[in-house]
Design a protein around this ligand. Structure first.
Ligand code: SAM
Length: 208
């Protein structure tokens, strides 16, 4: 699992890694005290003024975020995407999502829905092109829709993510940016050394 910390490789290797891990993923994450899905759902509870109708959960994995957001907004309709078919099959078995798309979050999914919320929890690490991802998310969202994501603080610093967010401030307003919080505190490689931020953005109206 040291790979998880240092990086897995290209998208084929990432897909195989999660395919192989899929059956024990939930158990591992539970043992490592992974709380990001719950924390992100609570942030939405705090900041959203209306109940969101549609969620697009990018890199949905086994559906841990959908499980948490449905506790807070029980009527929300969730769609999900992932590159690992096997991990997405676990979500399918849990019956959490209306539609599941086997697709990279850097590719466009053909969905007619305008989403109120787009999420990317625990997956930003695998993004090779932030600008492309943000363009996709912008197009998936309704006006004033929300993008909630987590990002590892070490990678945030390496790629000057604050500067990247500033460059996108014509498209997204920062509603909330958490302080660094533990990611997988009970995993021996991550411990309290690797932190994440949880960020909530809201889509700005296009200028006329
Ligand atoms: C750490 S897991 C997080 C899963 C889930 N969101 C959660 O919080 O438990 C990372 C997920 O990202 C997926 N993934 C990696 N690269 C991806 C990509 N380019 N597009 C979509 N999903 C991707 C993996 O298959 C895996 O399911």
């Amino acid at each position: 699992m040291g790979k998880l910390l240092k990086g897995i490789g290209n998208s084929g290797e990432i897909k195989n890694f999660y395919d192989e891990w899929s059956n024990t993923y939930d158990k591992s994450l539970n043992q490592w005290d992974y709380k990001a899905p719950k924390q992100a759902a609570l942030i939405l509870k705090k900041y959203l003024e209306n109940n969101p109708k549609y969620l697009l959960d990018l890199a949905c994995g086994t559906g841990l975020f959908a499980q948490e957001i449905r506790k807070i907004f029980p009527t929300i309709i969730c769609d999900g995407t992932d590159i690992s078919k096997k991990i997405m099959n676990i979500s399918l078995q849990k019956g959490l999502y209306r539609n599941l798309y086997l697709s990279s979050f850097e590719k466009n999914i053909k969905s007619d829905d305008n989403y109120n919320v787009v999420s990317l929890i625990g997956g930003m690490t695998y993004c090779a092109n932030y600008q492309l991802l943000f363009k996709r998310v912008y197009n998936y969202l309704k006006n004033k829709g929300y993008f909630i994501f987590t990002h590892r603080v070490d990678i945030w610093r390496k790629f000057n993510f604050d500067e990247f967010l500033k460059l996108n401030d014509d498209k997204f307003e920062i509603i909330y940016k958490s302080k660094p919080v533990n990611y997988l505190p009970k995993n021996k490689d991550f411990g309290t050394k690797v932190k994440i931020r949880i960020v909530l953005l809201s889509k700005k109206r296009k200028r006329a």
